[in-house]
Write a protein that binds this ligand. Sequence first.
Ligand code: PLP
Length: 388
Amino acid sequence: MKTPSRRTRTVRAALTTDVEHRAVVPPIYLSSNYAFDGFGGKGRYDYSRSANPTRDQLGDALAALEEGVGAVVTSSGMGAISLVVHQQCKSGDLILAPHDCYGGTVRLFLALERQSAIRVRFVDFSDSAAYAEALTERPRLVWIETPSNPLLSITDLAQAIPAAKAVGATVAVDNTFLTPVWQQPFAYGADIVVHSTTKYLNGHSDVVGGVVISSTAALQEDMAWWANCLGLTGSAFDSYLTLRGLRTLHARLAVHASNAQVLAQALSAHPAVAAVHYPGITSHPQHALAARQQSGFGAMLSFELRGGVPAVEAFLSALACFTLAESLGGVESLVSHPATMTHAALAPDAKLRAGLVDGLLRLSVGIEDPADLLADVVAGLDRAHAAR
Ligand code: PLP
């Protein structure tokens, strides 16, 4: 039989590996430590901060899904990002990052810069001239997040990655928004792929976790060393839940994306809306690039309401199928107000530069019945329109 597809391998990751009882679903190993087989008799596992069988099963599944060499499962997405920075950067090294990346990433890089640990420069990665100019400063690490959060701007991986490597930078891609199902950064030459597994990979909003996947054995070995040294590794229980969520990834994403497309069309047609940011509609300025580089358009979108905060309040006031909450990528639909929630840590001028206006709302489109989601959004838009 030919090698099973990525989808089949994801459903079947680590199934029937239990030799003792032949359990179909692998058991969870919660133990923090493992007995030596007599003096000097260390087995494969000794202490769960360093390595744990359940965490390894998740790491192997995620590395296989991204087609990387190995993975380090961390206790959060921010833990994964911290691990990459610690492993890659020495004092004074420059990190080049997109001006509109996740607010927590911005906060971490700026805080480390204040401590003189690193230097950071934020530029608009969709502006190729600005990006090329920034590369002349020879960054140690180029951080890519595409599509960006929350404006869904796309970085051209086929251009950006080779250009960064040509100046000697390591390239890390935060692939949280698309997952390897829709975008494979290693195919474009990325060195490292990072995820907040809190989002689509787990998919059920009941775990906070992360992962760093490496393209070479040497990088993987060093990442694992640093993760153990810093104590960043994820728990066995969270790993168990994430592996369970991962099995349904392909099925969930298909519904997420078709629901998002329905909502993006409806938002585009409504007079209460000034702009819709979703790569799956032809009005998105980088629609063609997204169609080329991604095998799906994702299920995150943002839109700007005319009328600022009063319109936002009216929209949010009576939603039935969208929960006002941070985070994304769970089966349930969420709405958030980036300027006051996910990106609240940004300074006012940084918010403006990143286009985070008061009327901007972000949707994480879930897998509910699209007719219910549509009715909810249209009723909200009608309220926002009346409140202007
Ligand atoms: N990367 C992206 C794109 C995110 O959206 C987030 C969180 O929202 C993170 C990283 C951080 O992940 P975590 O919240 O799991 O630490």
